[in-house]
Write a new protein. Structure first.
Length: 292
């Protein structure tokens, strides 16, 4: 059990982590800080945190576990704000959807103490933002990807695994580079496509009518387009190189389908559709709940 969680970012992801720790009996006290004082106050009223901290630094004071649940673009500034109270026995984690920029920021700011940081990406989330949507069961049954670096302390990595396992998660490890390449393909590109499709239809004169006629397939395909714009702006920019690589792969696949259609070649079109259908039929999600 941890004595104190220093929670920086009391939104849906961070709030869910705090509630999950409490439910599992893994923490005695939660001290929270958010950029918006009203968010921190609401988190305390909901029982997500026990104490409101006036700064990120004071949220970390006395904490043996620290979670950064802030936008990826705010990670480096957050490290700078807390580094003076991070000690060798502290476990520091994040929940960012990209890892290379987060790891680079940790190396620059934490320097000799970078070993206390275990980058983490829980494959969970909702389209709804805010502490009001925090859920103690958000992480149960989900995958969590840890991306330790060569300087990560063995003790901290073991503690991180124990924390997430204690919340009912399946824990996997990979390098930050492998992580960002994989999630550019299976998460970041799908979000990009959903955003683009909604905009493409919305920009048409009859777009509103088209949307009124859409059914469950369209609803399921575009669900993630309702995601938090500020969060996904940061994710897409942070992982831009891998994302653009995946976008080019997609464009080639789309072009092949368009070519078959424009040339009225049903056989070629069926082959391409069959290829996709078989791949989808043989794919099985590891997690027990829909992934983010």
């Amino acid at each position: 059990m941890f004595e104190q969680l220093g929670l920086i970012g009391c939104g849906m992801m961070g709030g869910s982590f705090a509630l999950a720790l409490k439910k599992a009996g893994l923490v005695k006290r939660v001290v929270g800080y958010s950029k918006s004082p009203s968010t921190t106050e609401r988190a305390r009223q909901m029982g997500v945190i026990d104490v409101e901290a006036p700064s990120a630094l004071l949220a970390v004071s006395g904490a043996d576990l620290v979670l950064l649940a802030v936008p990826v673009s705010a990670t480096e500034a957050t490290f700078k704000a807390i580094r003076h109270l991070v000690h060798k026995n502290t476990l520091v984690m994040d929940v960012g959807s990209t890892k290379r920029e987060v790891v680079d920021a940790a190396r620059r700011v934490l320097r000799d103490q970078v070993g206390v940081f275990v980058p983490a990406h829980p494959i969970a989330g909702k389209e709804l933002a805010g502490v009001e949507h925090a859920d103690a069961d958000l992480y149960a049954g989900r995958q969590v990807i840890l991306t330790p670096i060569e300087r990560t302390y063995t003790a901290q990595l073991a503690k991180a695994e124990q924390v997430w396992t204690g919340l009912g998660c399946q824990v996997l490890q990979m390098s930050p580079e492998e992580h960002d390449a994989a999630y550019a393909a299976v998460s970041h590109l799908p979000h990009l496509l959903a955003f683009a499709l909604m905009n493409a239809i919305g920009d048409q004169e009859s777009g509103k009518t088209f949307l009124e006629l859409a059914g469950p397939g369209f609803r399921d395909f575009t669900r993630i387009a309702a995601s938090d714009p500020s969060v996904w702006r940061d994710i897409l920019v942070s992982n831009r190189e891998e994302l653009l690589t995946q976008s080019r792969h997609f464009q080639r696949a789309l072009h092949a389908l368009e070519t078959a259609i424009s040339s009225s070649d049903p056989d070629a079109l069926e082959v391409l559709i069959d290829q996709a259908s078989n791949a989808r039929a043989h794919w099985r999600m590891t997690a027990t709940k829909p992934q983010r």
